[in-house]
Design a protein around this ligand. Structure first.
Ligand code: PAF
Length: 283
């Protein structure tokens, strides 16, 4: 497995691969890898000739500096795991390599309503940071296929929009890979490593609440269902940011369900100091 820290080095290497008509599969990550990331790497290996993974904890997408500071960093373990999984190359740049002109005057991306709803409402600026770093990584890696986890469904929609908006990215095919879960239903996430053993026992309540929404969903007004779900989470020691039933394609909130439109349940909630998110297609 090749390790690159400099943009121009990996760019040169990838240009050669494109010249040899190799298809590049790209998995952007912030490290602290778990089985969910590995499923992205496996999907990339299946779809492409050469798999590149990036490990970069992007400062511009953290609206809370404490969250950035506490983000788990496990580079040695990550590299070993990627090598074992047959990843071909890793891009592991420093901040100055990704942001040579600094991070103080970021460009603005037109992300429409996605920027302001759900995660966007509770993490202002987050998706601008994601759009910026992913855009920079796409220019560096020049991939044919890119792989993102469905756990971050809103992020997947942002990336789809980023690709659709920029003709330079027209070659890129986006793959949304289903969420991997622990046997108790907890969605795999790098943040789970910050949960205490006691919190780990409580954490699957998010998944159980999503299942509850799925079972109880019925045509008509959704207010009571959502309120009951919120109370379940609060009883389970969570502090919910949002519990939403949204139109699957736009993620716009659905307050009245017509009985056939595809909808998805989305939850973000704190368990102690750790903020967890998850989602599930309900219909
Ligand atoms: O999903 C993540 O880990 C990050 O948001 C990403 C896509 C690597 C951008 O920093």
């Amino acid at each position: 497995m090749r390790l690159f820290k400099k943009r121009r080095d990996i760019q040169g290497f990838i240009t050669d691969l494109h010249d040899k008509k190799q298809k590049i599969g790209f998995v952007p990550t912030m490290g602290a890898l778990h089985a969910g990331h590995i499923s992205l790497v496996q999907a990339a290996r299946q779809q492409s000739d050469f798999t590149v993974c990036s490990i970069f904890v992007n400062p511009t997408q953290f609206n809370d500096p404490k969250d950035l500071e506490k983000y788990p960093r496990t580079i040695e373990k990550d590299l070993k795991l990627l090598e074992q999984q047959g990843c071909d190359a890793v891009f592991y740049p420093g901040v100055e390599e990704v942001y040579p002109s600094g991070t103080s005057s970021p460009p603005h991306y037109d992300l429409g309503r996605l920027e302001y709803i759900l995660e966007g409402k509770y993490r202002p600026g987050h998706f601008q940071g994601v759009a910026d770093v992913v855009s920079r990584l796409f220019y560096t890696i020049d991939p044919d296929h890119v792989f993102f986890g469905q756990k971050d469904l809103q992020q997947c929609k942002v990336i789809e929009r980023l690709i659709a908006m920029n003709p330079d990215f027209s070659r890129i095919r986006m793959h949304t890979v289903p969420t991997l879960r622990e046997p108790d239903g907890l969605a795999m996430s790098s943040r789970n490593t910050r949960l205490s053993p006691e919190a780990l026992k409580k954490a699957p309540a998010i998944y159980q609440t999503l299942n509850y929404l799925k079972q109880q969903l019925a045509p008509g007004d959704l207010t009571t269902l959502l309120e009951t779900a919120r109370q379940r989470l609060i009883t389970g020691s969570f502090r919910p940011d949002y519990i939403s039933i949204a139109h699957t394609h736009t993620l716009e909130e659905c307050t009245y369900w017509d009985g056939h439109t595809p909808v998805t349940g989305l939850i973000a909630a704190f368990l102690g100091p750790v903020r967890l998110i998850d989602n599930m297609e309900l219909v």
